[in-house]
Design a binder for this molecule. Structure first.
Ligand code: AMX
Length: 435
């Protein structure tokens, strides 16, 4: 029974050879090009990096190591037959590219549990930050505080050879992933529950450990959390959080520094904060309805009010996707099964019929369809997590699985420091306009 590290070691050897072959065959061919508009426009669609753990198709949505979300739900081991995947299962898949056996998942769960205890100074630091700090800022501080334990930083300072760096990156990444549920839960309990902390149960899987630490005991909510932590894990390499982790890690900053940078990006309203903003907006919509039942007509009017006041409709649109996000669809299916009569879910359902039409009519958006964030808050709220400012922290716990798996591969493949070339507007005028 080979360990995760042994299996990964073999895969890395194979992949290093594969990359050599690919570079030998097509290394000098153009992968993508960049127009002046794209350079001013957030580099949208410019193909300029490789990223192994997931790939986003504009129409189909995300595939983790080639597997779609429904395939992951079918194939990845859960806590019970037919249940949602365990995030540990997805982590194994992201790291190795293989669907794990039940035994392998259990071994990984144990491994994570053995690393889960937080050092005292991390707890002390988290307990001393003002709770007026946004939970994402508290979360990021917690991550940075754990940096004192970085094996990667220590080994690098001792002169570790480049081809061994992935091992130390894996070491830190597993510890970081193992500890994030408790960091998140401390932020939650400090911010909304007067700092009264719950005991960690290390026999539980990562999702159930997290919900228990937050103060919940509901097997159905645990299943939601398993699904939630699975679907938010990775979304290929160019999104703000994944790319920040990659970029900062490329300077050989250790995984704690790199992941904290990713979380600071996830905290932005156009990225991970959208899940918080969606629920805020839904509650505003409800207030505007003032007791009237939602209809397509009154919702259309409210959507236009949002747009006309210069705001985006949160949870809709995407930089890459061009259809309904499959992460939205699987959450909708979960809701149809477990909370079909929930008032907010019914509002979300009706908005699914209204918002895309309004956005299409406005004619600006490249994609009028809902993304993952349009649905997640509704489910969390139903199970009792009513504190919207916390939602992005849960997104962050999940995002560690993908971005840190990918970071291990960055070091395994010896990717160099990232350093694209920038130009000034004056340079463009002198070299392109007049040319
Ligand atoms: N409501 C109103 N206007 C929108 C819109 C929305 N949901 N989505 C895009 N637009 C606007 C843009 O602001 C832009 O307007 P501008 O030309 O006046 O600046 C125009 O439509 C074209 O934008 P785009 O090409 O369709 O999108 P993009 O690639 O520039 O941005 C995204 C993508 C997600 C930032 C954008 O769709 C958005 O702001 N959506 C709402 C926030 C949101 O849900 N974010 C979460 C995304 C998923 C995630 O990262 N978690």
């Amino acid at each position: 029974n080979a360990s995760l590290k042994e299996i990964l070691g073999e895969k890395i050897q194979e992949m290093r050879e594969e990359v050599q072959e690919v570079r030998h065959a097509v290394g000098s061919q153009v992968l993508g090009s960049c127009t002046v508009d794209q350079a001013y426009g957030g580099m949208r669609s410019v193909k300029s990096m490789t990223y192994e753990t997931s790939l986003l198709d504009p129409n189909e949505g995300i595939r983790f190591r080639g597997y779609s979300i429904p395939e992951c739900q079918k194939l990845l081991p859960g806590i019970k037959q037919g249940g949602e995947p365990l995030p540990e299962s997805l982590l194994w898949l992201l790291l190795t590219g293989e669907i794990p056996s039940v035994q392998q998942v259990e071994a990984l769960r144990e491994e994570l549990s053995s690393r889960a205890n937080l050092p005292d100074h991390v707890k002390k630091t988290l307990n001393s930050v003002p709770i007026s700090l946004h939970p994402m800022a508290q979360f990021s501080i917690g991550i940075l505080t754990m940096q004192s334990d970085s094996v990667f930083a220590k080994e690098y300072a001792r002169g570790a050879p480049k081809n061994k760096l992935w091992e130390y990156c894996l070491e830190d990444s597993l510890t970081l992933i193992a500890r994030l549920p408790q960091v998140a839960a401390i932020v939650y309990r400090n911010t909304y529950h007067q700092g009264k902390q719950m005991e960690a149960d290390l026999k539980l899987d990562m999702a159930a450990r997290l919900t228990k630490l937050m103060g919940f005991q509901n097997p159905e909510f645990d299943e939601l959390m398993r699904l939630y932590l699975t679907i938010h894990a990775d979304h290929e390499g160019g999104n703000v959080s994944a790319h920040s982790v990659r970029l900062v890690g490329s300077a050989l900053s250790d995984p704690y520094l790199a992941f904290s940078a990713g979380m600071n990006g996830l905290a932005g309203p156009l990225h991970g904060l959208a899940n918080q903003n969606v629920l805020t907006w839904l509650l505003q919509v409800k207030e505007k309805l003032g007791g009237q039942s939602p209809t397509k007509e009154n919702l259309t009017k409210i959507c236009w009010e949002t747009l006309n006041s210069g705001n985006v409709i949160p949870g809709f649109g995407h930089a890459v996707l061009r259809r309904t996000d499959p992460r939205y669809t699987c959450q909708r299916e979960f809701a149809l099964k477990h909370l079909p009569n929930d008032e907010i879910f019914q509002l979300v359902s009706l908005l699914y019929e209204v918002v895309p039409k309004v956005l299409a009519e406005q004619g600006k958006v490249s994609n009028p369809w809902p993304n993952v964030d349009a649905h997640s808050g509704t489910l969390l709220r139903y199970y009792g997590v009513k504190e919207m400012t916390f939602y992005t922290v849960l997104f962050g716990v999940s995002r560690a699985l993908g971005t840190l798996s990918s970071l291990v591969w960055d070091r395994a493949l010896g990717l160099p420091i990232e350093r694209p070339k920038s130009v000034t507007t004056r340079w463009i005028k002198e070299n392109m306009v007049q040319a």
